[in-house]
Design a protein. Structure first.
Ligand code: ZN
Length: 422
């Protein structure tokens, strides 16, 4: 099955974002086969007219608690502490398996609808094996490319983590899946304490999985202590993503970069909840590969356009030489590198998976889109997302999600919301 996207304005992101200009993109066997002008269409190819569209790689969200879709906007005007208490302390324990399924499916479709084709699902709702089953089923059903960040939430401490983490890996990830892979979402030393953190890293290493961990968002002293713990225990190394690295010093960010770690910045939530000033520019200046993340829709938006605008604006506000190209790279290629998929997605390099987004420019929001990268970063919103492909499969077309009964998904989400807040 071949697809030819004909005549769009192509924006690639590797090594840094640039405008190719009017060009065609040929997709064969789910991967990008060619990018160029006047490509001839193979006999079996379906041709998609991309005239008046910007064609770019799909966005990558490096950290989202996808299960929270049913509690969208439930905690506005809240502090980080208030969020932890209300959402993680109050609402999370109420989640049944059907709530996890409804939230994860709706959340993943929200991503696809807004052009996010790859998602690190930071899933600290793994209360029972059935919750994990529901999470995996929903991610698979959605059609998104996802890394399941598995965070053990059962009652049995380090032993439970070790046993259940291994079971999940065996049950769902023992063979390569084209769309779904696994990471260990660690609670880490700052939240769970050093003993459990040691077990989390040990499990990840035993299974050969990356780690994603919330570290650096709990004050300067805690940030430094957590990093010292990793270093002293031989855990400071590659394949680790530091979520909310707000309170690291420039020197600590440099140490993380030198170790091969990466960063996930949630510019909007970090600013809104008072976690700290987003470290976007400082992290990149320290040489850290840095992606963006929505974090939670309980208190913020779930689309990448909002995130790139927040990151861009907050950097410019403090006088940083931070450009639309910088932030677009974070939202695509750099995000893919953060979630360990830099060779798979995030740019239009031939041979990569055809994870693509077509943005309409013939709308009041976008026209006349003088600078295509400027238009993506400064003007576009979800209403411009016309067509979305994941691995060459069209999941949104002419502004409509395919393959799903969207009203049915939203009905299930509303039923879940009612039960959760009753
Ligand atoms: Zn988070």
């Amino acid at each position: 099955m071949s697809l030819l996207l004909r005549g769009g304005v192509v924006v690639d992101t590797e090594p840094t974002p640039f405008v190719t200009g009017h060009a065609d993109v040929l997709v064969e066997g789910g991967v990008i086969a060619a990018v160029g002008t006047g490509l001839s269409s193979p006999p079996d190819a379906e041709v998609i007219d991309a005239t008046g569209r910007i064609v770019l790689p799909g966005f990558v969200d490096t950290h989202r608690h996808t299960w929270q879709a049913a509690i969208r906007s439930i905690t506005p005007d809240i502090s980080f502490g208030g969020y932890l208490e209300r959402v993680l302390g109050g609402l999370a324990p109420r989640y049944r398996t059907q709530d996890v399924y409804a939230g994860n499916l709706a959340g993943a479709l929200e991503c696809l609808n807004s052009g996010i084709t790859t998602l690190l699902d930071w899933s600290h709702i793994q209360l029972t094996p059935a919750h994990t089953e529901a999470t995996v089923e929903a991610l698979r059903a959605s059609g998104i490319r996802a890394v399941l960040g598995y965070c053990y939430g059962g009652p049995d401490g380090p032993e439970g983590l070790a046993a259940e983490g291994r079971r999940v890996h065996r049950a769902y990830f023992d063979r390569a899946d084209p769309l779904l892979s696994m990471a260990i979402a660690a609670l880490g030393p700052e939240i769970a304490g050093e003993t459990l953190a040691s077990h989390e890293w040990r499990l990840a290493r035993d299974l050969g999985l990356p780690v994603t961990v919330h570290m650096g968002g709990h004050g300067a002293e805690s940030a430094e202590r957590g990093l010292a713990f990793l270093r002293e225990n031989g855990l400071l190394g590659p394949g680790t993503t530091y979520v909310h690295p707000n309170h690291y010093t420039d020197d600590a960010l440099k140490r993380i970069a030198d170790s091969g770690g990466t960063a996930s910045v949630s510019p909007l939530i970090e600013a809104e909840l008072g976690i700290g000033y987003p470290a976007t520019g400082r992290a990149r200046a320290a040489g850290l590969t840095t992606g963006l993340s929505a974090d939670t829709v309980a208190s913020g938006p779930g689309d990448m356009f909002s995130l790139i605008r927040a990151a861009y604006t907050l950097e410019r506000a403090c006088g940083a030489d931070f450009t639309t190209r910088d932030v677009l790279r974070m939202a695509t290629l750099e995000g893919a590198e953060v979630v360990g998929l830099g060779e798979v997605t995030g740019s239009l390099r031939v041979g990569k998976q055809a994870d693509l987004v077509l943005l309409r420019t013939d709308t009041p929001v976008m026209a006349p889109a003088h600078d295509p990268i400027g238009a993506i970063v400064l003007s576009a919103d979800t209403s411009c997302v016309d067509t979305v492909l994941v691995g060459g499969r069209v999941v949104k077309r002419d502004g409509r999600l395919l393959h799903h009964d969207v009203p049915g998904v939203l009905t299930a989400l509303r039923e879940s919301a009612t039960a959760l807040t009753a």
